[in-house]
Design a protein. Structure first.
Length: 81
């Protein structure tokens, strides 16, 4: 029982760490590309911002799914019982 819970905690830590590492790297690259595209063509700033906001909303939805999955692993763990 305790080994399953400790393995679950380790897995959750790895999941969260890799998720936020990938998210921060991806958002950094995305921000650089946004600055580059607006710098080349400033007239399309509104179109670029609307597209990026759509991408950020999708990322937020995926993060909500991730946290709901982690909640299930923590409190409704099928392997712990």
């Amino acid at each position: 029982m305790e080994s399953v819970l400790s393995a679950t905690m380790i897995a959750i830590g790895i999941i969260l760490g890799l998720t936020f590492l990938g998210l921060s790297i991806g958002l950094g690259v995305l921000g650089g590309k946004i600055a580059e595209s607006i710098g080349r063509n400033p007239e399309t700033k509104n179109d670029v911002i609307h597209s990026i906001m759509t991408i950020l909303v999708v990322l937020a939805i995926f993060l909500i799914f991730l946290f709901s999955f982690i909640y299930i692993l923590l409190y409704l763990n099928p392997f712990a019982s």
